[in-house]
Design a binder for this molecule. Structure first.
Ligand code: KG4
Ligand code: ZN
Length: 345
């Protein structure tokens, strides 16, 4: 089975073709970072309009890399939520229209399930069960995945998502959007002794996260540091990055213990953070748990994970993803949509 995957939930237009026999055949991404940079964050209306301009040319570009027989797909998967409503609607409209024209099924996909399954595209995919740490710009959560498609949220952010905190702190430091890679870059020159930031919600039990206090702490430090020189920016960036990484590490260990699993999957944009990856790898070696990631480019939003999740859903529930869509009445998107609402049948 061959599936075209379409991702447009936020500021990346992603497309890919996944073949159940041969794996990922091709993928393409157009990032809107330059478009939103001037605003320090994603502008939903601009994102939606840009997806309209980019999506169909990107599908042409993708198909240009495939032989003629590989261009014939058996289904089209698209991100139906959660995400920005206008942006989601662009992907949904194009996917549903192509599916109608080509007479193949359209499969609505949950964006976070896409992230969670992204490591399955790699050479050593994890077996079930596992705990998944999903850390993106919109979500931070720990999920107990007992078997295929069975998701129980163990904990989540009570305020900002981890990626959102990176983006906001980068803005406070005058660093470009998206904040995660900018902070990670300047933190490399930081002095770890100069500032030590709190590790929020790690002292008391529980698996929820909170990053807004850390953001306020960063703001206060900036205000008390006078005019920001390059070294101070690096030192603050490093203190912030270490605090987030340590906090995630503590919660991951706790979640693995609580669930009784020995495998950890890390996905979502913040999963591209090399400091987080190396700390988790080290902790896994010390404590005897395996850590599984997608390659960094598939940590952030992409079409490959959506194509794969579409295939996964097709096998699991005929591609319904917990949707009760009446195709005769058209289609819909779900800007807010819990992962727990797509339970295995
Ligand atoms: O998963 P994603 O591409 O989009 C959403 O679904 O939100 O995640 C984007 C988020 C942004 O907040 C970005 O700052 C963060 O992931 N991010 C990183 C890194 N690369 C991207 N955060 C920390 N370190 C990175 N290397
Ligand atoms: Zn995402």
């Amino acid at each position: 089975m061959r599936i075209l995957g379409i991702e447009t939930s936020c500021d990346d237009t992603g497309v890919a073709v996944y073949d159940s026999e041969r794996g990922l055949l091709a993928h393409k991404l157009f990032s809107q970072v330059a478009l939103h940079d001037a605003y320090g964050g994603v502008v939903p209306e601009l994102a939606a309009r840009d997806h309209i301009c980019r999506l169909i040319p990107l599908v042409h570009y993708l198909f240009g890399e495939l032989g003629e027989q590989d261009q014939a797909v058996d289904a089209i998967a698209y991100t139906a939520g959660p995400g920005l409503a206008g942006a989601l609607l662009v992907g949904a409209s194009v996917a549903e229209s192509l599916a109608y024209a080509w007479d193949v099924p359209a499969i609505p996909v949950h964006h976070m399930e896409g992230h969670l399954l992204a490591p399955m595209l790699e050479e050593n995919p994890p077996d079930y069960p596992f705990v998944a740490l999903l850390v993106s710009g919109g979500h931070s959560m720990l999920v107990d995945v007992r078997r295929e498609g069975d998701y129980r949220i163990l904990g989540q952010s009570v305020d900002d998502a981890a990626g959102e905190a990176f983006d906001k702190v980068a803005k406070l430091l005058g660093l470009p959007y998206p904040g995660g890679p900018s902070i990670a870059r300047v933190a490399q020159n930081g002095d770890p002794q100069r500032f030590v930031f709190p590790r929020p919600m790690t002292r008391r039990p529980g698996l929820d996260f909170s990053f807004s206090g850390l953001k306020t702490h960063t703001l206060t430090t900036i205000q008390q540091s006078g005019p920001l020189d390059e070294q101070t920016i690096s030192d603050i960036a490093l203190a912030f990055e270490l605090a987030v990484v340590d906090t995630l590490l503590v919660k991951c260990r706790r979640a693995l213990e609580a669930a009784g699993h020995t495998r950890l999957v890390v996905a979502g944009g913040v999963g591209a953070n090399w400091r987080l990856r190396s700390r988790l790898k080290q902790a896994g070696e010390e404590r005897g748990f395996g850590v599984f990631y997608p390659r960094p480019e598939f940590c952030t939003d992409n079409g490959a994970m959506i194509a794969y999740a579409g295939y996964f859903r097709w096998l699991l529930d005929g591609g319904r993803s917990g949707y009760d869509n009446d195709r005769d009445r058209g289609f819909d998107v779900r800007p807010r949509w819990s992962l727990e609402d797509i339970q295995a049948p």
